[in-house]
Design a protein around this ligand. Sequence first.
Ligand code: NOJ
Length: 497
Amino acid sequence: MLIQKFLFVFYISSLFWRENVCADNRKFPPDFKFGIATASYQIEGGWDADGKGENIWDHLTHQTNLVKDHSTGDITCDSYHKSKEDLALLKDLGVDFYRFSLSWARILPTGYIDGQINEAGIRYYEDILSELEKHGIEAMVTLYHWDLPQKLQDDFGGVLNDTFIDVFANYAQLAFELFGSRVKYWVTFNEPFIICQQGYENGNKAPAITKAPGIDLYTCAHVVLKAHAKVYHIYDTFYRKTQKGKIGLVLNTDWFEPASGDPKDLEASERQLQFQFGWFAHPIVYGNYPQVMIDRIGERSIREGFKTSRLPKFTNSEIEEIKGTFDFIGLNHYTTTLTRWKEDEAIGKPESLKDISVEVFKNPFWEGSASSWLKVVPWGIRRISKWIKDTYKNPELIITENGYSDVGGIFDDSRRINYYREYLSNVLEAIYDDGVNITAYTAWSFMDNFEWLEGYTEKFGLFSVNFTDPARPRTPKSSVNYFKNVTKTKCVVEQCL
Ligand code: NOJ
């Protein structure tokens, strides 16, 4: 027992030391791209401006007390009225592309194509795209970053119902039609794991439905995957040739580091990755869910008294339809978590965490941030990238989000600079030493914004926003200069080789 404890402490400290390595002084490849990201509900404000419809986040922030500081995204950064100014800042930052999302209810207030189409909403995004074009910045557009039109939630339960698939496809097709000639990268869904696990299981995201744990989240994912595939095929068949863009899905995951070299802990880490990243990556690469999910959920469901698995089954034609539906995989990655094997949970009320049954925890030595979940573990981005390469046939991988949070009012954000330097350094190693096909990197986030249920208590921006001033002035933090230098030199240290 004593020796085990000693080994554990030794192992944990070795992880700590591994962080303090020197930053890499090689340059990113000449065609490697840098971008920065935002999302509509988090920055736009103008929640009911010029005909925009209500969405599930408007609804949640207005009708519940779930947001920590009782704030809303009603105005937030007011980017709806300040986009010209914002895009000038982007130009100055020197990014190759800007990742932003469309507010579905701003374009289609009810969510339906045969409802009213909101011209003002369309104009808003057209102006952004023109301005980007003027500045020579490419657009990466996310169709769904969590702000579902409320009417679709009310009418048929949103992402839990197959009706969603066609309704989403109509909206996506309209977006391709209207904006596609100026969009280089399309993302169908941002972080379906969060949409389903938090929106329909633990209540940490809108619509915060917690009625059927262990069931609804799997239904949600099933619908999302079918909707994603449908939209991929629409783009592929009707738009790719003329619009010449790429389309993919953005998945989020920590790196899950085994807590020891014990094969059981390795198995725990792999299982955790499969239940999170593989849940979506496996279907789009190979056509179906990971076998470990099919087996575990199937077996537990039967023992719980269900007639069939709580994990829905794809038909053969759905498998064919879903397989291969990506030009790139987007990775949102921020941090690492340790995993330890544990005994399977007793059979009882279903819950997705019981299906996984892995113990997860953080190394107490890891540096923290303003977000309890976000510990600074730079080498994790290299390991997860390598794992994705090895597990999913070396796909084109775009880091679609990576960043660090502060509590606000911090302009000299040297910790954020360290974070970016160390994480980017590990991205370089993933590319050059592990042969991972990473083609672009996106920092989260352009400016401080509404951090979902955390409200304005966690700030991820390179630019700070004064939320108490009606003009919402933006002020650069020190990381702006650092990032500018990275985009200009493609080098993460003072001087590259
Ligand atoms: C992931 C989400 O896509 C984004 O909306 C969120 O603000 C960041 N992570 C930070 O939590």
